[in-house]
Design a protein around this ligand. Structure first.
Ligand code: DC
Length: 225
């Protein structure tokens, strides 16, 4: 029987870093669900549509194609394609982050993305990271992890990532403000808000190294999967 792992938590808690490492170690299919909402936001931004405009976004969603492609399904380095174009690096800007948080609150977007995510996960050993995986997308996941860290620590990690990619303009306060905006938005929307599933194991990573978190998750996999 294939097994599934759900990794949820707020922005910058380390979900994708940990999910990728676990996918690599255990040969799981990795699905970055945040990238899918980011691709929707990028399309809206390019079309000049507000990511909060429910009517225009619903129309936009009638004609959108989102897919992951790579050398094989089990590769953790699969890129995300929007209408046939590789947008993997274009979706990592602050504007798209904010847009993704806004657009993900709209039902036309969530219904399409959740359907796609469930389809992609079917029949594979999978790890999905996002906000609503354990509560909504895969309520029967074999293992549910809820990753947290203090807002300061999450902002520090995000800023380090941005610096490493050459962004020398954003400062700590900008990044922390963006993270807090998204935390509030993602936790307070009516549809599948960011929430710890009752049966999820919470790991506060504020003072943990990546290796320590990976080790903790691997121990849980042995018990639960
Ligand atoms: O994980 P991320 O930062 O790439 O996600 C971008 C936004 O997408 C996030 O602010 C909220 C939304 N999102 C969501 O609503 N549900 C998910 N399963 C994943 C992301």
């Amino acid at each position: 029987m294939p097994y599934s792992i759900a990794v949820d938590g707020p922005a910058g808690a380390g979900k994708s870093t940990i999910a990728r490492k676990i996918a690599e170690l255990k040969a799981l299919v990795y699905i970055d669900t945040g990238a899918m909402y980011r691709a929707c936001a990028l399309k809206a931004i390019r079309l000049g549509i507000s990511c909060s405009d429910a009517v225009s976004v619903e129309k936009m969603m009638e004609d959108i194609n989102i897919d992951f492609k790579g050398s094989d399904t089990n590769s953790i380095d699969r890129n995300i394609f929007l209408d046939g174009e590789d947008v993997s690096s274009l979706i990592r800007t602050p504007d798209v982050s904010k847009g993704a948080s806004d657009i993900s609150a709209l039902s036309s977007v969530r219904i399409r993305m959740v359907e796609l995510q469930r389809k992609m996960a079917e029949g594979y050993n999978v790890i999905l990271d996002g906000r609503d995986i354990g509560t909504f997308v895969l309520p029967n996941a074999d293992l549910k992890i809820f990753l947290t860290a203090s807002a300061d620590e999450r902002a520090r990690r995000r800023l380090d990532e941005m610096r490493a990619k050459g962004d020398m303009i954003s400062d700590f306060e900008d990044v922390k403000r963006d993270i807090e905006y998204r935390d509030h938005n993602d936790s307070n929307r009516s549809l599948a808000p960011l929430r710890k599933a009752e049966d999820a194991v919470e790991i506060d990573t504020t003072r943990m190294s990546i290796e320590q978190v990976v080790e903790a998750v691997c121990k849980l996999i042995v018990i639960k999967c």
